[in-house]
Design a protein around this ligand. Structure first.
Ligand code: ZN
Length: 177
C-alpha cells in the first residue's frame, strides 16, 4: 500500500547529491517507491517529483503533467515513472518560462530550458524507451533530470528579478484568465 512521503526541502543535502542508478527497476523496493512517489506528487499538486525529493538518492522521477491549481495550463498526461534517465540530444532553441518546485515552496522563477529534447529511460517494467518531448513536458523532464544530478531550478535563474513569490505568480496568472 502506497504511503505519502515527506518532501525534502531546500537545504537538505540529499537534494544536492548525484543520485545512483537503479540496477533493476523491477525490484519490489523500487516498485513501492514509485507507488509512494505517485501518491505524494498527486497530493502535492505537482507535475513531477524526483526520488531525491523523497530522501531516496536514486535516478528515478515521475513526470505527471496534469491540470491542477499550481499549473493550470499543464497538458494532461498519464503519470510515468522514468528510471536511469538520459538526455540524448537537446534543441538549440531555448525558452524561458516559470517553474516552481515542491522542495522550494512559495517561489517561482523564470528558467531557460531547451524547447525540444530526446530522452532515454527505463520504464517501471524495465523496458528501454526512447522519446522526444516538446514544450511543457520537455521542461518537466529537464527540471526532474536536474534533481537526479543535484541541481535545483534556482541554480538556472539568470536574475533575481526573475523570481517571484508563488502567491504573486498565481495572482498574475488568474487575473489574466
Ligand atoms: Zn523540483
Amino acid at each position: 500500500m502506497a504511503i505519502m512521503r515527506q518532501i525534502a526541502q531546500m537545504g537538505q543535502p540529499v537534494l544536492r547529491a548525484v543520485a545512483a542508478r537503479i540496477p533493476d527497476p523491477r525490484e519490489p523496493v523500487v516498485q513501492s517507491l514509485i507507488e509512494d512517489m505517485l501518491v505524494t506528487v498527486a497530493d502535492a499538486n505537482g507535475v513531477g517529483i524526483a526520488a531525491p525529493q523523497v530522501f531516496e538518492s536514486l535516478a528515478l522521477f515521475i513526470v505527471a503533467s496534469n491540470l491542477n491549481p499550481r499549473y493550470p495550463q499543464a497538458p494532461v498526461m498519464e503519470p510515468i515513472a522514468m528510471i536511469n534517465p538520459e538526455l540524448l540530444w537537446t534543441s538549440d532553441e531555448m525558452i524561458k518560462d516559470w517553474e516552481g518546485c515542491l522542495s522550494i515552496p512559495g517561489l517561482r522563477g523564470l528558467v531557460p530550458r531547451h524547447t525540444r529534447i530526446g530522452v532515454r529511460y527505463l520504464t517501471r517494467t524495465g523496458e528501454v524507451r526512447e522519446e522526444e518531448f516538446v514544450d511543457f513536458p520537455a521542461r518537466i523532464f529537464q527540471h526532474e533530470f536536474d534533481h537526479v544530478r543535484g541541481v535545483l531550478f534556482i541554480d538556472r535563474i539568470e536574475s533575481t528579478l526573475e523570481m517571484v513569490s508563488e502567491k504573486e505568480y498565481l495572482r498574475r496568472m488568474y487575473s489574466h484568465a
